[in-house]
Structures are given as C-alpha cells and as structure tokens.
Design a protein. Structure first.
Lengths: 115, 111
C-alpha cells in the first residue's frame, strides 16, 4: 500500500499570500489530521477531517482552514500568510477517527517558508 | 501549557549506552503512542500502549505505560547511531477530541 503523500514538499511564499497544501491518505483511510510543527511550539494539532466533515479543530486562527473530498484526500489552506506560519506541516491518516485505537500514519510533511 | 511533557528535552549518549525518555501527562491517559522523527521529516510509528502496566518491546526499544502516574517511559538498550532522531509521545486524552503530542526529546548517539 502506498503511504501518506503530501504535496508540495517545499514551498516559499511571501507575507500576505495564501497557500494550499495537499494530503493523500492511505487507501481506505477515512480520517485525515493536520499538524503544524515549529521549533518553538512543537507539534500542534490543526484539525481533523473524517468522512468529509471537520471533526474538531485546534487553537489556530480562522486563517487556517481545510477540507476533505469524497476520496478522503484533504487540503489545508492558509490565507494572509504571516512570518510565524513558517513551519513543517504534517498530515496523518487513520482508518477511523484518530485516537488510541486508530493508529495515525504520517506523511513526509510540507516545509513552508514565509518571507 | 503542554498536556504532555517529555524529559529530557535532549540527550547525547555514547553508542552502546542505555537511555530512558519519559512522557508525563497532565490529564488521565487513555493510551499512548510513541513516534520517532528524523529531522524535518514525517513521524514513524514505534509503539502503542493501551492499558496501564502494559509493556511492549521492539528490537532494542521498550516502552511502558503507568496509568496511575500518568506516565510512559521509552527505554533504548545499547543505543546505536540509527536511534538518533526526535522521539515524540502522543495521546488521546479525551479532551476536546484532539490528539496531543509531547514536547519531544532530541537524541544524538555518538559513534
């Protein structure tokens, strides 16, 4: 089975722009979660989508949004980019809702740099 | 504040030495995952612990879960350079329906 794929792997944007990141989960997985990883804050939960519905959302501003398609692929969008949005964005997929009974499989991440 | 605190924050050991990483929760644990991350890459699943007192081993890595202490430990025996990376614990603490990760422990193994 192919693993979780994320595109693009690297991205450079300037302040004020918007960006869309894509995540393709493992075939059959219905849940996709997004995380932001920075040296200062560590790995922080952004949101989780399950069967095209946002199940929950972390403590991030409304500039961060996402969606999930019927084939479980997911996109996350960040509008009006700020310097502090520079981070490694990781997505993870799981068969069911992410949690202790449903292991999450992670993609390689998208490294976003905001100049 | 962090729901999951890891200690130590970083560790530098000589190849062949044993080491332990701890993960302490501020809330009741309902099971816990351990992941390893190579710098700037995705997370690799190591182990999942579901019950208090559970202990699992894979190759030279052993993890234990102590529900009473709300703590888990990861022990590496006879460390090798291939063990280097960032170790992260993660847990579903039934709070806000989200998955939390620990602060991370950076491990360097000197040949």
């Amino acid at each position: 089975k192919a693993g979780v794929t994320q595109t693009p792997r690297y991205l450079i944007k300037t302040r004020g722009q918007q960006v869309t990141l894509s995540c393709s989960p493992i075939s059959g997985h219905r849940s996709v979660s997004w995380y932001q990883q920075t040296p200062g804050q560590g790995l922080q939960f952004l949101f989780e989508y399950f069967s095209e519905t946002q199940r929950n959302k972390g403590n991030f501003p409304g500039r961060f949004s996402g969606r999930q398609f019927s084939n479980s692929r997911s996109e996350m969008n960040v509008s009006t980019l700020e310097l502090g949005d520079s981070a490694l964005y990781l997505c993870a997929s799981s068969l069911g809702v992410a949690g202790v009974y449903n292991e999450q499989f992670f993609g390689p991440g998208t490294r976003l740099t905001v100049l | 504040s962090q729901e999951l605190e890891q200690s130590p924050q970083s560790l530098i050991v000589q190849e062949g030495k044993n080491l332990t990483i701890n993960c302490t929760s501020s809330k009741t644990l309902y099971g816990l995952y351990w992941y390893k991350q190579k710098y700037g890459e995705g997370l690799i699943f190591l182990m999942m612990l579901q019950k208090g007192g559970e202990e699992k081993s894979h190759e030279k890595i052993t993890a234990k879960l102590d529900e009473k202490k709300q703590q888990s430990s990861l022990h590496i025996t006879a460390s090798q350079p291939s063990h280097a990376g960032i170790y992260l614990c993660g847990a579903d603490m039934h709070t806000g329906n989200q998955f939390y990760f620990g602060t991370g422990t950076s491990l360097t193994v000197i040949p």
